[in-house]
Structures are given as structure tokens and as C-alpha cells.
Design a protein around this ligand. Structure first.
Ligand SMILES: *Cc1c(COP(=O)(O)O)cnc(C)c1O
Length: 393
């Protein structure tokens, strides 16, 4: 009988550097103190792997975790993580019982959502923590500002529920134009007004929060009690202006990218000038060149468009252009006429090699997207190798 290979045979993988994550979380802690960073680990921690990232974030001093949906919170509970976990959207009524039994913290913005959680908590004999979310201008989810006082009063008097927090979400915190800054300021003013109103009603929230990574860095007044950091914890920033604000605040300290995407060259051949590798025969080689095949493709999250966008990979410390379209499982690299490439050479798609570095932000800017989408796009077929943090030993 044929033997079945187990584990990892294709040389394409992502390395997750938990020491870098710990460094980033510590740096954010220093920056936002006395507020506390909660690390956002939705979407499998932006493609990094939710459980190891969550553990490392907590051991670096994160005050809690945030997820998009109940299932993501339960995954962390099943892994034995007992820290506070905030669900960033209101659980649908069908998920109320699971949210209660998982001891997650639910976001609430409708009366139906509040009622379903209260029923589930009462039926389970539990007390369930709730943060009310107000829509101050993002217009995605959240209660209308005028409805917030009555919704909070209803949560506070609901059997089985504890009112613990009030929060909102900013839609252009990474922007630095006067319009964008004015919009963020107006969101924060609305939030402050509601929060004062609740205080007068004797319903002051214990935790107030509004900041994502951009606001945590660029809007000190938005830090309140906690900040919800995703991207910055992973070592990327959402805009140049946020980068500049962080540099001003921290001096020489820098965030470090947590994820590196690597592969190895599987084949090398010499092709004559004018040869057109890959589907569509998109690009003639400008000269006789060594061409390397790398076993990672768009099914793994290396976008098809990266060729048209001028994407480059690193081999032997040098930037090399793609020789043609990215295919589903493999891509082809133009290594030029010198022949300094061999099967087995390490290829860095995202990360550092020698003195060169390709970041998710570089892909994003070339592709007309955002670093978030680049990171979340790295597919489940790519194994994640976690490099442990010294702090977690
Ligand atoms: C995803 C998300 C965040 C994290 O945003 P980053 O820009 O990655 O820091 C914070 N808050 C909410 C509501 C989110 O959905």
C-alpha cells in the first residue's frame, strides 16, 4: 500500500513570529497607557492563527481579545483561553445561548438582540456581560445615538445581563485631511455627549472604547479605557500619516511585522530572450534569463494581479520580478542573466531577506487594496509555523 505523506511537504509556508507580536503589544501598551490594548483576533487573527496569537497577546499584557463572531470566541475558549473576549457584532438570537455559555462579552445594538441574550442568560442561570455599541457615523452596525439611553437602561435592568461598556467605531481615523479629521472629531464628540448623558442617568459605562489601530496611534483622545488593535499588533499600519504619528510618539521604536511568507525554489531553467512564461504569455523575457518556479499561487493568497501590479519576490537578498501571471498553485520568477539561483533557494514573498523587505503595505499599494486584505487573504493551504516568544517560555 502506498504511504501517505503527512504534514508539510510543499515548500511554501508562513512564519508567525510571536516575539514580534509581543514586542508590538508592549509598544502599544506604552503608547496608550493608562488605556489598555485589547487585541483583535478576528478572521483567524488576520490570517496569523487566532489561538497562538491570542495567547501571545495576553502574555504581552493585552487586556482582552476581540472577535467578529461568536464562533471565533468559542474557538478561543475551547483552546482554554479564559481572558475577556468581546464579540464586535451583536450575536444573532440563535447564537445568544452559545455566547452566554462561552462567557463571551456581547455587543448589543438592538432590543431584539438584548432580549435574546437576557432570555439565554436567564435560562442558563448565568450573568452575561454586554457592551452597547453606538453608530456615530460609520453606518455599519450600532444603535442610533438617540436610542442609546433607553437601550442602555433596558440592558441595565435586564435579568441576566450586566451593562459593562459603551463603544463606537471610527470610519476614517487613518485619514489626515481636514475633512477626515473633522469627521473623526464629530464622531468622538457625539460619543462623549452620550457617555456624559449616561453618567447623569447613573448608568456610567465601566469601559468606553472607540479606537482601532489608527485612532489608538493618531487620536490620543479616542483611547478612553481600552483600544481595539488589530493591524498594528500584527506590525502593519493603515496609512502613512499613522506611520508618521507613531514615529513622532515613539522615536526610534518600530512595530515589527509578525508574518513572513516564504517558499523554496523548486525548478530553475534558462530561457532565451523573448520567451513568455506562464498563462497568457504576458511578458517576453528581455534577455536570456534564469527563471525560477516557486510553489505558491493565488489559491494561497498571492493575488493573480500581482504580476500586472509589478510584484517582486526576494531570492538571495535581491528583488526579482515575476516572469508572468501568478497561477493557482505556482508562480514563476525572472532571476535575470547571472544565474545566482538554484532549486532549494529560499524565496521571501512577504518579509525580510538580507537588507531587502517586502511588506503587506507594498503589496496593498501596488494592488490597489489594503494590508488587511493581503494578510487575511493568505489561505488555509499555507501552513503556519509559529516561532515562540521568549516571554511565553
Ligand atoms: C476589525 C476591527 C478593529 C481592529 O481594527 P484595526 O484597524 O485592525 O486595528 C477594531 N474595531 C472594530 C469594530 C473592528 O471591526
Amino acid at each position: 500500500m502506498a504511504e501517505v505523506a503527512e504534514g508539510f511537504t510543499r515548500p511554501a509556508w508562513a512564519e508567525i513570529d510571536l516575539e514580534a507580536l509581543g514586542h508590538n503589544v508592549s509598544l502599544l501598551r506604552r503608547l496608550v497607557a493608562p488605556a489598555t490594548p485589547w487585541v483583535v483576533v478576528k478572521a483567524d487573527a488576520y490570517g496569523h492563527g487566532a489561538v497562538p496569537i491570542a495567547r501571545a497577546a495576553l502574555s504581552a499584557g493585552a487586556g482582552g481579545l476581540a472577535v467578529a463572531i461568536v464562533e471565533e470566541g468559542l474557538q478561543l475558549r475551547r483552546a482554554g483561553i479564559s481572558a475577556p473576549i468581546l464579540v464586535l457584532s451583536e450575536p444573532p438570537p440563535e447564537a445568544a445561548r452559545a455566547a452566554v455559555l462561552g462567557d463571551l462579552i456581547s455587543t448589543v445594538y438592538t432590543d431584539e438582540g438584548r432580549a435574546a441574550l437576557s432570555r439565554a442568560a436567564t435560562a442558563c442561570g448565568r450573568s452575561h456581560g454586554v457592551h452597547v455599541k453606538v453608530d456615530t457615523g460609520m453606518h455599519r452596525v450600532g444603535a442610533e445615538p438617540a436610542r442609546v439611553p433607553s437601550l442602555v437602561a433596558a440592558v441595565a435592568s435586564s435579568e441576566g445581563l450586566r451593562f459593562e461598556g459603551l463603544w463606537t467605531h471610527l470610519s476614517v481615523a487613518e485619514g489626515c485631511s481636514p475633512d477626515e479629521r473633522a469627521f473623526t472629531a464629530s464622531q468622538l464628540e457625539l460619543f462623549d455627549g452620550l457617555s456624559a448623558q449616561l453618567e447623569e442617568m447613573g448608568l456610567a459605562p465601566r469601559l468606553r472604547h472607540a479606537a482601532n489601530s489608527a485612532a489608538a496611534i493618531s487620536w490620543p483622545r479616542a483611547r478612553y479605557d481600552l483600544v481595539r488593535c488589530g493591524l498594528a499588533a500584527y506590525g502593519e499600519l493603515p496609512s502613512r500619516s499613522v506611520e508618521a504619528d507613531l514615529a513622532r510618539a515613539l522615536g526610534p521604536a518600530r512595530l515589527r511585522p509578525v508574518l513572513t511568507l516564504r517558499a523554496r525554489v523548486t525548478l530553475v531553467r534558462v530561457l532565451e530572450a523573448g520567451a513568455r512564461p506562464s498563462y497568457g504569455r504576458r511578458r517576453p523575457l528581455p534577455q536570456r534569463s534564469f527563471v525560477a518556479t516557486v510553489p505558491i499561487g493565488y489559491a494561497d493568497g498571492v493575488p493573480w494581479r500581482l504580476f500586472d501590479a509589478g510584484g517582486e519576490v526576494l531570492i538571495r537578498g535581491r528583488r526579482r520580478p515575476l516572469a508572468g501571471s501568478v497561477t493557482m498553485d505556482q508562480l514563476i520568477v525572472d532571476c535575470g542573466p547571472e544565474g545566482d539561483v538554484a532549486p532549494g533557494d529560499e524565496v521571501v514573498l512577504l518579509g525580510r531577506q538580507g537588507s531587502e523587505e517586502v511588506t503587506a503595505a507594498e503589496w496593498a499599494s501596488k494592488l490597489g487594496t489594503i494590508s488587511y486584505e493581503v494578510l487575511c487573504g493568505i489561505g488555509p493551504r499555507v501552513p503556519r509555523f509559529v516561532r515562540a516568544s521568549s516571554a511565553a517560555r
